[in-house]
Design a protein around this ligand. Structure first.
Ligand code: NCD
Length: 359
């Protein structure tokens, strides 16, 4: 895979997202690094969702599973997760296995040389000596971007996937969320024209930030941000929406928001970012999805959550067919399979195999 040539760091860091996105693509237009949500465009998203759906169809037979396994057995990936993770880690891990790509992992930096004082930058550079892809989660905002740039200045640049950085970005969660929305609304004309309501800690929830920025690509989408004032969505996201001409509003009225929604996207309190336990002062009970709220939700509406959940969705809601969060978990694995295949230029073979399968 031919790595793109990146400009000097200051120029790269300061560039507008659209400009930066161009640098992250290979000469043939595939994403080389996946770092932030604004680097995706509609043709990419539509194709990726199609690849994911066809891959899971192929995986229904043993022959299909063997074919998938044969795609990338000569490649290795490092999963470097310096922050807790269940679903993102496991879905990437299993996605690698599905296409035969062999994963290695560092999840606890106490077990690596970082414990001996090695910088995270040196750690990642070490990984790049052994593997062909780095999938990383890190508490520092912009870290994945810095690493991608750093590796591009070395002799062994490898692609970097941002699996969650700081309070800032979680681009592959946005991919699985879009995939879930698209599947859920397939018989209702797709995501276009739908109202998506975000609820909870919108200020510090990176999944909301990434998804909101991707939804600007779907004409007619309206966004409602429902949160207690101290946790309301940040101005930089509102600015993106204003620039893109996406109708949006902020509210504290949970009942109103649920009734207006095609999709309600619930999130947990991100109190790991508290400095002095300040979240405890914020009343969040009014923003809890209980069984009674199902009556307010449209019959063809859906409830989403990136998980993990705490108390913001009552477990009774899980039984309702409109609860999509456990499907999101599964969709996350397939969309990551599709992403890896696309990055390695192998998704064409999925479409070929599929065409033969359904002929
Ligand atoms: C999210 C994350 O890590 O940002 N989890 C996930 O990847 N599904 C959401 C969260 O931790 O609240």
């Amino acid at each position: 895979m031919e790595p793109p040539v990146l400009p000097p760091w200051e120029q790269f860091r300061a560039a507008r997202p659209a400009e930066k996105a161009r640098w992250l693509r290979t000469p043939t237009g595939r994403p080389y690094h996946v770092l932030f949500a604004q680097q995706f465009d509609r043709p990419f998203l539509d194709r990726l969702c199609e690849t994911a759906t066809r891959t899971r169809r192929i995986a229904k037979t043993k022959g299909g599973r063997m074919f998938l396994q044969s795609l990338l057995p000569d490649q290795r990936a490092m999963l470097y997760f310096a922050q807790p993770s269940t679903r993102t880690f496991l879905s990437f891990y299993t996605a690698c296995q599905i296409v035969g790509l062999r994963p290695a992992e560092v999840r606890d930096t106490h077990t690596s040389s970082e414990f001996k004082g090695e910088s995270p930058e040196d750690s990642v550079r070490t990984f790049s000596s052994y593997v062909d892809l780095i999938i990383m989660r890190h508490p520092e905002q912009g870290f994945a971007e810095r690493i991608a740039w750093l590796l591009s200045t070395t002799e062994r640049s490898v692609p970097v996937i941002n699996a969650g950085s700081g309070k800032d970005e979680h681009p592959t969660q946005a991919l699985l969320d879009v995939y879930t929305l698209q599947r859920s609304f397939a018989r209702r004309g797709g995501i276009e024209g739908k109202t998506v309501v975000f609820v909870g800690d919108l200020l510090r929830g990176r999944t909301v930030r990434s998804l909101a920025q991707v939804l600007v690509l779907y004409p007619g989408v309206r966004l409602i941000f429902c949160a207690p004032a101290p946790l309301q969505i940040a101005d930089d996201i509102l600015e993106v929406l204003r620039t893109a001409g996406v109708p949006h509003e902020t509210t504290e009225d949970f009942e109103y928001a649920v009734a207006a929604a095609d999709a309600v996207y619930m999130t947990r309190l991100q109190d790991e970012w508290d400095v002095a336990g300040e979240s405890r002062q914020i009343p969040t009970e009014r923003f809890r999805f209980e069984e009674r709220h199902l009556q307010l939700l449209r019959p063809d509406g859906i409830v989403m959550h990136p998980l993990p959940r705490r108390h913001e969705i009552a477990v009774e809601v899980d039984r309702d067919p409109r609860a999509m969060y456990w499907r999101q978990v599964r969709n996350g694995m397939w969309i990551r399979v599709a992403l890896i295949l696309t990055m390695f230029g192998r998704e064409g073979e999925i479409h070929q195999y599929y065409e033969e399968l359904v002929r």
